[in-house]
Every structure is written in C-alpha cells, then in structure tokens.
Ligand binder design. Sequence first.
Ligand SMILES: Nc1ncnc2c1ncn2[C@@H]1O[C@H](COP(=O)(O)OP(=O)(O)O)[C@@H](O)[C@H]1O
Ligand SMILES: [Mg+2]
Length: 377
Amino acid sequence: MLEIARKFMEQLSAPFVGREEESRLITISLLTKEHVVLIGEPGTAKSAIARRAAELINAKFFMYLLTKYTEPAELFGALDINSLREGKYMRITKDRLPESEIAFLDEIFNANSAILNALLSLLNERVIYDGYNVIRTPLRTLIGASNRVPDEPELEALYDRILLRHNAKPVGEEMWRELLDAAWDIEFSTKWIIEKPMLTVEDVDNIYNKLREVDLSGIKSKLLKLYAILEEKGIHLSDRRKGKVLKVIAANAILNGRMKATEEDLVILKYVAPREIDDFEKVGALLSEELKTPIKYMKELNDIYNNIRDAERYVDSTAENDPRLVEMIRNLKATRERVISLGRESGDEKVVTFSEEVVKEVDELTEKVAKKLGIFP
Ligand SMILES: Nc1ncnc2c1ncn2[C@@H]1O[C@H](COP(=O)(O)OP(=O)(O)O)[C@@H](O)[C@H]1O
Ligand SMILES: [Mg+2]
C-alpha cells in the first residue's frame, strides 16, 4: 500500500524535465493533508504538474485562477435565488471549491479581502463561513501557485497556513535539449494520457493514517538543533509550522520506503522553513551542511575502511613490542562502535551492508594486533 505513494510520485513527474522535487512535495502534501505552494516564474510547469496530480487521483478537483477582482461567488458558488426568496441564504456549491477534495488556485496571492477570510478557515479548519452558514468541506490539499512570495501583511496568515513551499526554477541549460522533447511529447504524444487514476482519496487517507506509525524517535533532537540554527540565522518558523514538521518528515520516510525516519528525512525542512525567496537557497545550503545523507555516511565509512587498511599494513611490518599496538587495540574498539552506529543511524540498507563489511575488517585487524601482542591464541 505504501509503495503506491512512491509510484504516484514517479508518475507525477514523469512527463516533465527536472520536476522531481515538485512532485515529491505535492505527493507529501497529499499524504499529510497539508497545502503546498509552488513559487516561480511563469512557464515552469506549475499548473501542468498540479493538473496532472489531480488527474492521477480520483478526487473532486477544483481549479481557478485568482485575480484581484475574483468574487467569492466564483470560488464558493453563486447565491441560490430560489432559497433567497424563501429568506434562506445559500450558495450553489456544486463543482466549486466547497465541494472539492483537491484544489488548485493559480496566482493564489491575488486573494482579495472578500475571499481571504473564507480561504483562511477553509485551509485551517476545512470549513467555510459565509456569514450565514457553516459549510463543511472535504478538502484534503490545496495546491497554490504564484510568481512571488507575498509581502502584504494581510496575506501573512494565508502564507503561514501553506505548510509546504517551493521555489520552482526554470531548468538548467544542460536540460534544454531534454526540455524540447518533453514539451513535444506533452503536446503531441499519447504516452502521458492518463487512462485511469492510480490513487483514490481513500488510498491517500489510508497512508495518512500510517504516518503515526513511523518511528520518529531518532531525529527529534537533531530537528530541535536545526530549529535553533535556523532561528539564529534569522529564519523563523511559526509555532504552527514547527509543530507540523514531524508529519512531513514521516511522509518523507514513507516515500523513501521506511517506517523509521532518519536524518536524511530532515531535508524536508527545506520546504517548510523558507519565507523569503532568498531563504530557499539559504536553508538548502544550511541543511546540506548539517545533515547526514547516505552519501555522507558512506564517505565516513569509506574513510574508516581506508584507515583500517593502512593500519593493517603497518601492523604487518612493525615489531611485536611496538607500544603503539596497545593503543591501537583501544582505538579499534571505539571505531567498531562508531561503525555500527553509523550503519544504524543511517537507516539505509546499503550503508548498513557496508558498515557490516567495515566491522568485519575492524575485527580482523583487532585479532591480528592481539595475536602480535600475544594477548590471545
Ligand atoms: N520542466 C518542464 N518539462 C516539460 N515541459 C515543461 C517544463 N516546464 C514547462 N513545460 C511546458 O510548458 C508548459 C507551460 O507550463 P505551465 O504549467 O503553464 O507553467 P506555469 O503554470 O508555471 O506558468 C507545460 O505545459 C509544458 O508543456
Ligand atoms: Mg500556470
């Protein structure tokens, strides 16, 4: 069941060039029932990927482009004249935002004050108060797009309620050729036509319910440390955002095929912490420095492995009464523990396998040194 989430993510980005991060983010927003906004210049496939997400899920979908002049009725449905004659104030919500399970609002930061309040309660509590009625809505996830981050104070509350944010950049020059073919295929080929949605809303809800089973015990201290570092660098997360990060981490672990979160999953802060456009790069750089990824684990293990090999040669050539041998035995014991904990911490199969190899190497060397010292037969 959990595998389907990963397949969904892969299918979502498949037609596009370099849209893997956007795809992961949209998938995570669906699994966590959170909202996401893609920020970037026009023509970076923001709308296209949001539309594809909706097509891949069998869900009620509402899509709208906001302008400064968008009226509440356009989103929430027109007033029902017949009811009004009977003195009842009701909206015809059919096929509108109040009935949607997934919504896409393009240029979301154009939201004017007439619709802003309704949007805030919709995002937070999944209800719309229109002055007379409380409409409960089935909304899971709202995907927004914009070419900017908002700087109007009145949009701050809206922006804060969108947990996941991403700066969608145009693809790099090395991908322009691929882009030609991909855009051609999107336009003319039938290969990306979705015959049948691959997920239902129930599937998404089931995975959501699995989030609570993800083991998060190993990453909390590190997460708190990262909060402190970010704060120190002037990047402040609201309490709402700080509190919600864990479920995003859990969803990322599931997408990586694990029911246990590892340090690697904390990269997801890259999508929660930034506020200003410059923050995206800043936070990304900070995290890649602070976080251990499988590659970093492999590198440290590899360094240890090479040191052990060097030490082996040294032991082979040195005298039996070399005083350094005693010290070496002690160091090897600490190294062994380090290697085991690196494997365990990483939560990555390949790293674990390699760490076991390194442990074997450590054990062999330990035996060799002991023999040389005549400690045991
Ligand atoms: N990374 C990409 N890979 C493939 N096609 C792309 C990519 N970026 C843009 N396109 C093409 O450009 C079109 C316009 O994208 P669109 O979703 O309207 O952009 P936005 O909503 O960001 O303004 C897409 O439908 C697609 O054909
Ligand atoms: Mg668009």
